[in-house]
Design a protein around this ligand. Structure first.
Ligand code: ATP
Length: 137
C-alpha cells in the first residue's frame, strides 16, 4: 500500500511537537514503518531540495533544515500521501486551517514545522534518499 515521507523540521523538534505529530498519524490509523532522529548532512538536504536550487529561499531553507536534528518518518496506509498533506496544512501557515499541524503550530513559511511528500514520485524518491531498505518495517 501507499507510503509517504514525513519530516519534523528542527523547529518542530526544538518545540517538542514530535509526539503530537506521531500521535496524529497514529490516531488517524496510519502505520509507522520508519523513524529516526538525525542531523541531516548538507549533501542530503541538497538532494532533498534539488527542485528549489537557485530560488531565493534555497540557502535560508537549507540552513534552517540543517540548524538542528530532524525526525524523519515513513508512514503507510490508504491515500497517506494526500491525506498526510492535508493533515500538515498549507505550505504557508497563514493559509493553513486550524486543526492542521501547521495551522495549530506555525505562522511563517520559513518555519513551517513539517515536510510531507507531495506525490507518489516524490514519496519514493524521498524515502529512498532518507532511509535504507533495512531501516523500514
Ligand atoms: P515541504 O516540502 O517542506 O513539505 P511544501 O512541499 O509544502 O513544503 P515547497 O514549495 O516544496 O512546499 O517548499 C519547500 C519548503 O521550502 C517549504 O516547506 C518552506 O519551508 C520553504 N519555502 C518555500 N517557499 C518559501 C518562501 N517563499 N519563503 C521561505 N521559505 C519557503
Amino acid at each position: 500500500s501507499e507510503r509517504t515521507f514525513i519530516m519534523v523540521k528542527p523547529d518542530g523538534v526544538q518545540r517538542g511537537i514530535v509526539g503530537d505529530i506521531l500521535r496524529r498519524f497514529e490516531q488517524r490509523g496510519y502505520k509507522l514503518v520508519g523513524l529516526k532522529l538525525l542531523q541531516a548532512p548538507r549533501a542530503l538536504l541538497e538532494s532533498h531540495y534539488e527542485e528549489h536550487k537557485g530560488k531565493k529561499f534555497y540557502e535560508p531553507l537549507l540552513s534552517y533544515i540543517g540548524s538542528g536534528p530532524v525526525v524523519a518518518m515513513v508512514w503507510e496506509g490508504l491515500n497517506v500521501i494526500s491525506v498526510g498533506r492535508k493533515m500538515l496544512g498549507a505550505t504557508d501557515p497563514a493559509k493553513s486551517e486550524p486543526g492542521t499541524i501547521r495551522g495549530d503550530y506555525a505562522i511563517v513559511t520559513g518555519r513551517n514545522i513539517v515536510h510531507g511528500s507531495d506525490s507518489e514520485k516524490a514519496a519514493q524518491r524521498e524515502i529512498d534518499l532518507w532511509f535504507r531498505a533495512e531501516e523500514l518495517a
